[in-house]
Design a protein around this ligand. Structure first.
Ligand SMILES: C[S@@+](CC[C@H](N)C(=O)[O-])C[C@H]1O[C@@H](n2cnc3c(N)ncnc32)[C@H](O)[C@@H]1O
Length: 234
């Protein structure tokens, strides 16, 4: 069955990008030093009252299945030294025990938003997003003391910086995460527009990305090409 799946692959000096399904492809790629990923969250994207009109991204999130969650088995501790995974507050009861059982240590970290959505939707205002860094022996967080803060403050991308995707992560957040992650080969099985890859290539690492939406895959290819032009010597 798997042998019949031939994904589109785009190869660059420091990046290999696959257009296809992460659940079919990732296990076939072998060992990577770190998975750094922002998978589909599982959360209630309906509602929003009179602010709904300002939250056009929410309709796209629903249409593209980005509120449907992900299968935790995609994070396999036998195939990576560590993982950084974003998740919604409501997923923490599932994600934390899974990572605790799979890796030696883990840390809950925060991206604090300078420009949070003006909505609470019978919950708390979304002033921050959570990510968890979990690692096995030899893959502990890297960086200077300041770089090892568990919090980063940054703007949510707006306008052109969204690349037509509703959940693009800011460069500053991804740069910080890549600084903290050990190892040469970084993989994002839910790469969207390639934000993890851009940060990895800028930092001189190698990147493997998977995305199943052809429009976002094309954006990632273009962003990674530009990152190569700007940061990889010919
Ligand atoms: C939350 S978004 C990631 C956005 C990314 N962090 C960025 O900055 O552009 C998750 C991405 O995973 C993709 N995706 C969802 N399920 C997938 C699957 N089974 N295989 C590959 N990609 C998938 C979606 O199309 C979406 O672009």
């Amino acid at each position: 069955m798997l042998d019949t799946v031939t994904p589109t692959v785009v190869t660059m000096a420091r990046a290999t990008l696959y257009l296809g399904d992460a659940y079919l492809l990732l296990a076939r790629l072998g060992w990577v030093d770190a998975i750094v990923t922002d998978p589909p969250y599982e959360f209630r994207a309906e509602g929003g009252g009179h602010y709904r009109a300002e939250r056009q991204g929410m309709d796209q999130i629903l249409d593209e299945g980005l509120a449907d969650g992900f299968d935790l088995s995609i994070i396999n501790p036998l195939l990576c030294g560590g993982v950084v995974v974003f998740c919604h507050n409501d997923q923490l009861p599932q994600v934390l025990p899974y990572l605790d059982g799979s890796f030696e240590r883990q840390a809950l970290c925060i991206w604090r938003k300078k420009n949070p959505q003006p909505v609470a939707n019978k919950h708390y205002r979304p002033v921050m997003e959570i990510y968890i860094h979990a690692w096995n022996r030899g893959y502990h967080p890297r960086g200077t003391l300041l770089e090892l803060d568990r919090e980063i403050v940054a703007m949510s991308p707006r306008g052109d910086a969204k690349f037509g995707h509703p959940t693009v992560k800011p460069d500053a957040v991804m740069d910080k995460i890549i600084t903290n992650v050990a190892g040469e080969i970084i993989c994002d099985p839910f790469m969207g527009t390639g934000s993890t890859g851009v940060a990895a290539v800028k930092a001189g690492r190698r990147f493997i990305g998977i995305e199943h939406n052809p429009k976002h895959f094309a954006t990632a290819v273009e962003r990674l090409r530009r990152a190569h032009e700007d940061h990889v010597p010919p």
